[in-house]
Write a protein that binds this ligand. Sequence first.
Ligand code: ADP
Length: 407
Amino acid sequence: MANRAPTFSLQRIIFLSVSLVLCIQVGWWINVQIRESGRLLQARAQALNASRAEAWQMDSLSILAFIHARPDPSSRAGAVEGRMPALPSLEQRREAIQRHFPHVAVVLSRRSPDDPALLDGSAFLALRPEPMLELENQRWHSVFRAASEGAFMVVAVLLGFVLIYRKLAEELDLKLRQRNFTSAVTHELKTPIASLRVWTETLFTRTLPEEQKQRIRTLMEKDIERLNELVGNLLDVARAETGSLVVHLAPLELAPWLRGVCEAMDLRLGAGSLGLKLEFTSEPLWANADPKALATVIENLLSNAFKYAADPRQTTVTLDGDGDDVLIVVSDLGQGIAPKDLPRVFHRFFRVGDELTRQVAGTGLGLFLVQEIVTRHGGDVRASSRGHGLGSAFTVRLPRIPRPADG
Ligand code: ADP
């Protein structure tokens, strides 16, 4: 994963820039909304003020009409020289104003310096406080609505971005791992084939003493074993992916089977090279298992304990019961796994570190296969490590079964 860091940081920069632009855009939108609602409310307040002026006009006109009214000289009946119609009382005028302008109040003292005095100076016209308060409330309501809609938009879009970003990062990571896998498999295939070619040429072109022939034969067997293991793993992974990896479960006594698998693997890797220590409980433990598939699990874990630890190795395999389960733990004192990598070691193609600096050969499929097989046994597998350089432990948990009647 040599080019992983720059790609991810570029993605991050794009992501942050888009988020920033989005936040600015939404901030501007909120600002526009607030300004618009402010303008609307200002217009309503002006309309209210105008209604006060209209009320004043109406009242003044009615008073002027009374003042200028003259008795009709042509009317004889009830005509009284010089008598003027009586002015409407303040109460009557208040009622008339109230009827036409419900938001305007006739008050005896000014509430605000803008309140106009009635034409005869008997009272003042003021705006009622309720509509103004309602306008103020409406203004806050629209500010709150614009802000919450904007916040919701930002959160929704950012959430979408985060999901897309994560999906993209996953895809990219898988692509990179796949690319690394191809080069790793090519390398894994080429190395034993090249070595087999050299040994075959040596055997057929030179006359060698029997002892050296024997040594070459052992080395060739190791290469063939390595190829066989790789092809077997690849086939199993392909089966796991298509769902055709089938395990044939039958009651299995774990201790003798596990001892056999560990000892055979120790021999294959070079007798004693694992520094193997078996710690088995004396109690007989049984599980429904496919011995061949489960052997692949243990072989992969032991192969990793060998690959990721330096000489002299100390590998411990423990077998114990835990309530209704059986635990098989393969632990080593090798290079360990950093906490950030622990959750990913079971991912397909995942390998810790950088392809350019990585020293140990591998494909990143072993632990994926381990997990697939253990899951098909109804169990689970976990990795733990106290950190880099402090070794690792892999715990396989399987459902325990009672010893069969004829076991
Ligand atoms: P690989 O073919 O690379 O060994 P695995 O799937 O078996 O693939 O392991 C995935 C990665 O987990 C390895 O590349 C290695 O970085 C890490 N790992 C697995 N087992 C161990 C271990 N016992 N000690 C340290 N690291 C380990």
